[in-house]
Every structure is written in structure tokens, then in C-alpha cells.
Ligand binder design. Structure first.
Ligand code: CMP
Length: 140
């Protein structure tokens, strides 16, 4: 397995309920290292640009509203096979379909307010990390 980095976002539903530490503990217990982290308020333009791939989807506008409704924690996670490992720890996008013990099963409120985002492939991970972090911000 190769060492990888992936972009993670702790979403407004989770920061509102003060779950950042509990979610970070799940990542660390799964062998993922938080190598960059920042708590920010996304602007509308940032949310629209970050989720541009979903522009034509019916949920795009609501998703951008939700992602700007409160602070988020953006982070780069590093580890063996980090993209897949993070997706396993997060669980399915829809919490109703997520496996027991996953972040989304335990914490998500809905398919939209699903507590965390994680990159889905190496190319998107590189793009998404660069969206929020400069190289000097990441300390492995
Ligand atoms: P995320 O991994 O951040 O990527 C896109 C987000 O769109 C997804 O998590 C959900 O929060 C949100 N979303 C809202 N409705 C849907 C839907 N019907 N299908 C997929 N994603 C949705």
C-alpha cells in the first residue's frame, strides 16, 4: 500500500455539535495522521467552486447553502491507502446506508448534513488539498 494524502472536511452540522475532537479521534485510531488543519467559514464562492463538479445536480444549491451555514474544519489526512481508509471510516454518503461504527452512521443528520467529506480518488485528493492548503501548510 502506498502512502497517500486525502482532503477531509468536518461539516457545519458536526462543528455545530462540537464533534471535531470525536471525529478526529476516529481518523487517528484508523491510522490516519492529521498533517494540516484549519477551521474556516466558507464563502459562497468557495463552496460553489469546491463543489463545482455537482453544479448540475438538484442538490447543489442546498449543498452550498448548508456548507456556508457555519464553520467547517478542512484537513489533510495522511496514511497508508488514506483515500480508501478515510472513506471506510466515514461510511456511505447516505447515513441510512452507512455501516455501524462509521462516522456518518454515528453522527450524520441526513444525506446533506452528513458530517464529513472525503476525497474520492488520487486526482481529486490532490486538487482538493491544493484548494485549501499550500505546501508549507502541510507538515507530515
Ligand atoms: P460529499 O462527500 O461532501 O459530496 C457531495 C455532497 O452532496 C455529499 O457529501 C452530500 O453531503 C451532498 N448531497 C446532498 N444530497 C445528495 C444526494 N442526493 N446524493 C449525493 N450527495 C448529496
Amino acid at each position: 500500500m502506498a502512502m497517500q494524502r486525502t482532503l477531509s472536511i468536518i461539516k457545519p452540522d458536526a462543528t455545530r455539535r462540537n464533534l471535531t475532537g470525536e471525529i478526529n479521534a476516529r481518523f487517528e485510531k484508523a491510522g490516519l495522521r492529521i498533517v494540516a488543519q484549519r477551521r474556516i467559514q466558507l464563502s459562497r464562492a468557495q463552496a460553489e467552486a469546491f463543489y463545482a463538479v455537482h453544479k448540475e445536480r438538484p442538490f447543489y444549491n442546498d449543498l452550498c447553502n448548508f456548507m456556508t451555514s457555519g464553520p467547517v474544519v478542512v484537513q489533510a489526512l495522511e496514511g497508508e491507502d488514506a483515500i480508501a481508509q478515510n472513506r471506510k471510516v466515514m461510511g456511505a454518503t447516505n447515513p441510512a446506508e452507512a455501516e455501524a461504527g462509521t462516522i456518518r452512521k454515528d453522527f450524520a443528520e441526513s444525506i446533506e448534513a452528513n458530517s464529513v467529506h472525503g476525497s474520492d480518488a488520487p486526482e481529486t485528493a490532490a486538487q482538493e488539498i491544493a484548494f485549501f492548503f499550500a505546501g508549507v501548510d502541510i507538515v507530515g
